[in-house]
Design a binder for this molecule. Sequence first.
Ligand SMILES: Nc1ncnc2c1ncn2[C@@H]1O[C@H](COP(=O)(O)OP(=O)(O)OP(=O)(O)O)[C@@H](O)[C@H]1O
Ligand SMILES: [Mg+2]
Length: 666
Amino acid sequence: MKHFNASCLERSAFQTDSGHLFGFYHNAAGGMNPQRCLDQAEPGERKHTLDLTPKMACPFSVVVAIDFGTTSSGYAFSFTQDSEAIHMMKRWEGGDPGVANQKSPTCLLLTPEVRFHSFGFAARDFYHDLDPEEARHWLYFDKFKMKIHSTSDLTMETELEAVNGRRVRAIEVFAHALHFFREHALKEVKDQSSSVLEGEEIRWVITVPAVWRQPAKQFMREAAYLAGLVSPDCPEQLLIALEPEAASIYCRKLRLHQVIDLSVQPLTNGFDLDGSRPFDSSFRQGDRYVVADCGGGTVDLTVHQIEQPQGTLKELYKASGGPYGAVGVDLAFEAMLCQIFGEDFIQSFKAKRPAAWVDLTIAFEARKRTASPGRANALNISLPFSFIDYYKRHRGQSVEAALRRSNMNIVKWSSQGMLRLTQEAMNELFQPTIINIVKHIEELMAKPEVRGVRFLFLVGGFAESPMLQRAVQKALGRTCRIIIPHDVGLTILKGAVLFGLDPTVVRVRRCPLTYGVGVLNRFVEGRHPRDKLLVKDGREWCTDILDRFVSVDQSVALGEAVRRSYTPARLGQRKIIINIYCSATDDVTYISDPGVRKCGTITLDLPEPLPPAGAAARGGGGGGGGGPERREIRATMQFGDTEIKVTAVDIMSGRSVRASIDFLSN
Ligand SMILES: Nc1ncnc2c1ncn2[C@@H]1O[C@H](COP(=O)(O)OP(=O)(O)OP(=O)(O)O)[C@@H](O)[C@H]1O
Ligand SMILES: [Mg+2]
């Protein structure tokens, strides 16, 4: 049992010297709730906060969207004057045999002095051509986006490890990549624009997986600030878009001739439609659909309804998915190599012959894309000479002998120096990833909110895979129509541009988590547990009660707000800091319940209070306005956007209060 000796004030909240905040608040409808007190942690130290205090609207004449993918990234843009035309980025260099795509590999190369060297094909190829001795000093990063998803305590200090083992702050790695895109996009936009463009005329959009949590989204925003994409003083110049949501924005406009409908077509890419099913008209009426973004790193699912007549989108179920992207197939291939040649050998080969390893992954990538369920013959993957040679030196025997010894009957050796992967072997590489994807879509389709949905859009690079297409069609083809847009790998990018042009197109979203703060309520014997009892000035309080702002899977419309009022504790207090808690379920009562964790803080920077009208300044610590208990700071939180936003106002003076929300300091 804890004891406090400060008293709660009616109709206000205040911060004590011990750092606790007691308070009362307005509910979402704006009414005053019965007396409650808020728990409060010590003020935070860090200053990298997401500040979304309203500023003057920036006039945008261009929208540039960046799709920062796990395996490949790209940008596209559109001039607001001519928003029908979406310009895809120009290929700046390179390309791989057997791989046609307008995105570049997400690879970054830093010099031994940790300065930017190159990005994309250029980075990969330069690194590839370095002398192995020299390469050990360079910092090469690929597939680094996965780390952001897998790190549970992401902060500004989280590090990434380059191939050579050196560690760099992840925020810097992302900022280097974004800065590269900034330079390229700006140049291309300026080349295409007839007028002189100022930096602030550009609205930037960065896509992130819908399943990313607030810290990861804020991380991307901070990286964009660091990269100089936008200034933190103009936060609304940058939008964080959700990948499947962006795809959905694009998909809802698709016409029959722009899609492949798996239910009416054989399973190959690039064929013509017979047009026997009017996708258009039935889709517009059918108006509820699932979008599955099957990327390299994640599979991300969103369910939308098109609202008539405006054509806006309403999310029907919270975003779901997980790390089941196509790199799972690459990892399975690596695991297979380890099984045949030994894990220690593969690790040593990767470290000692990085260039040859890159060659091998490129060779596999091209073959992976031709894998198809209908294929009878084996797929050949050339083993680099360096692999064969290194194995011989390392193990004293040939790779052929290793294969024989491994009893891997599904992988054969071709005398031309190639691994021959039988259809069975390819299946084994794809199945674990594909099974996970299908399982997730099936689980989503079984939810009451989603049941009866008749359309499933498969988008993202992996959606091009006939292996995945066949598996999804087999599992779900009887339940719904499976639609694959042409240019399936670019749907997210195009949709992200459309989102930047009109972010209000998604009108209603579902909350991914329950959010709230800890408060004190009057203690009720029999209802509240004794270990939550707190006695203060002879009154009994129950501590740690979770005051919900929003509940998981709750529908929240854009612009819908949750309001709470707070009053500073002391005269001259300059800051109120409030802890935010979250939970994946809604059946929680206390902030100490299992599954509830502190996930962020709200900071209200209090301006100097104005002296009361007509009174001479009383001096001394800014206690004007009749004392701190009367000073009401109203915080307004919005949960309907892709990011959580907070604004605040000093009620008495009507002045806005600098309010920020931070999820990266935990
Ligand atoms: N025809 C194909 N068959 C199999 N896999 C494919 C095919 N085409 C593309 N892929 C895979 O799709 C992935 C790239 O897709 P995409 O560009 O959508 O991912 P990303 O945006 O980089 O990743 P994420 O969105 O998860 O961060 C790569 O792993 C690639 O191997
Ligand atoms: Mg992607």
